[in-house]
Design a binder for this molecule. Structure first.
Ligand SMILES: NC(=O)c1ccc[n+]([C@@H]2O[C@H](COP(=O)([O-])OP(=O)(O)OC[C@H]3O[C@@H](n4cnc5c(N)ncnc54)[C@H](OP(=O)(O)O)[C@@H]3O)[C@@H](O)[C@H]2O)c1
Length: 394
């Protein structure tokens, strides 16, 4: 199949491209205009490159010319108010534009990357499935945008006859990435937290490689109109932080703080971000999810061939990128005693910082200052008393 992948520079998109190429598909990697695709993407063996932005329908139709299918991974995944102002334009209106352009270009099938958070969360440690919904629980604007994205996708499918399959990943861990996202930030926050505290509740974590392969399984075998949770293992925050501790060689979690403490710590993180003009490592909006269980079962996807690694491998993959990336202050990096599983995840050579070509100008979506430019370490200086991290369920 000839497949266009939007958001190919992103964490999920990269692995979708890699998995699709591995399974013998001809892949057209769609990236933003003004940004040369990173070398790591070109090295995957894509057959074509196309440039499009989600807010420009003409560029999308051109990008999809001659393809049989589209995997739509491009979106804003952020809880930072600088980015969330653009959530509707990119995640909702952008998805409509992608689907309409795919139909106009003659594609017949689209896999849309949504999120497990559209299936809601529980106060009890019980996994949810595709039949559940986001209820009246606290929901950051990002969650609402993903719910609307799904509605729009199914509506356009109905109108155009496109076969649309919805992929719902949980918390995706691993690399490569140019911009630290909220999922890998969970691991980073524990490394930065000198108090070694944890929180009530939990999430489901999945290795980025499994998410890429899962999308291709849906592309090949997913039923039109259906949602598929693409998850790994359900873990409490205590278990997840314990895994980070064991794999990074740092202290295990000692205290379980109440959700209110997470909210206050996130407020401190936002204040620090304002003071230093850096994206906050956590936000109060995201912290409203602390104390709940974002646990999900991926049985429906498994029935059509999806498989996932255990949480330990996903965390090792995340640490392998963080350990040599620009987001970890040197003083913390040098204190790590990485387990063999982290070293086995990938060669730990320092991350290349110049693989992305300069872009055509400033970004209009508030989606982070490093993206699209030569990658420089983001200004995240070591803090005397790092704000406590709190979870983000993806
Ligand atoms: N990561 C997770 O834990 C997770 C969990 C559940 C669901 N998801 C979903 O997975 C999808 C991908 O997330 P991710 O983690 O891969 O995010 P990411 O690493 O931030 O990648 C986002 C991608 O979207 C592109 N993009 C953003 N705005 C765009 C625009 N206006 N026009 C064209 N392209 C645009 C970005 O391009 P640039 O590189 O040029 O900025 C990048 O390639 C999203 O739908 C997200 O909601 C992610």
């Amino acid at each position: 199949m000839r497949v266009a992948v939007t958001g190919a520079t992103g964490l999920v998109g990269h692995h979708v491209v890699a998995a699709a190429v591995t399974r013998g598909h001809d892949v057209v990697a769609v990236t933003r205009p003004g940004r040369r695709p990173p070398q790591r993407l070109l090295a995957l063996g894509t057959v074509g490159q196309a440039r499009a932005t989600l807010t420009d329908a003409t560029s999308l139709t051109r990008a999809f010319e001659g393809v049989d299918a589209v995997v739509h991974c491009a979106a804003i995944y952020s809880y930072d108010s600088a980015a969330t102002a653009h959530l509707t334009d990119v995640n909702v209106t952008g998805t409509r534009a992608v689907l309409e352009a795919a139909a106009a270009a003659g594609a017949t099938r689209v896999v849309v990357t949504s999120s497990a958070v559209t299936r809601g969360s529980s106060l009890q440690p019980l996994p949810r499935d595709e039949s559940h919904h986001l209820g009246t629980e606290p929901a950051p604007a990002y969650y609402a945008s993903k719910v609307l994205q799904e509605q729009v996708a199914l509506e356009v499918a109905e109108r155009t006859g496109l076969e649309v399959v919805l992929a719902l990943p949980t918390v995706v861990l691993g690399g490569p990435y140019d911009r630290l996202g909220p999922s890998n930030a969970i691991v980073l926050r524990y490394l930065l937290d000198a108090t070694r505290s944890t929180f009530p509740g939990g999430c489901n974590v999945v290795d980025a490689r499994d998410v890429g392969a899962g999308h291709v399984t849906l592309l090949e075998r997913g039923l039109p109109g259906e949602r598929y949770l693409i998850g790994g293992e359900d873990v409490s925050w205590h278990t997840l932080h314990g895994l980070v501790a064991d794999l990074a060689g740092v202290g295990r979690p000692v205290f379980e703080l109440p959700a209110a403490a997470a909210w206050l710590a996130a407020g401190a993180s936002e204040a620090w971000g304002l003071l230093t003009s850096t994206p906050p490592l956590s936000t109060r909006e995201e912290a409203t999810t602390v104390g709940r269980y974002y646990w999900y079962a991926s049985d429906r996807a498994r029935e059509i061939g999806y498989a996932a690694r255990p949480a330990r491998e996903a965390v090792a993959g995340s640490l392998a990128w963080l350990a040599v990336g620009p987001d970890l202050p040197r003083v913390v990096r040098e204190s790590l005693r990485l387990a063999p599983a982290v070293r086995a995840a990938r060669p730990l050579e320092p991350r290349p910082l110049t693989e992305v070509a300069p872009d055509a100008g400033p970004r209009s979506d508030g989606h982070g200052s490093t993206s699209g430019r030569t990658v420089t370490p983001r200004r995240r200086p070591p803090r005397p008393a790092p704000p406590r991290r709190r979870p983000s369920p993806g």
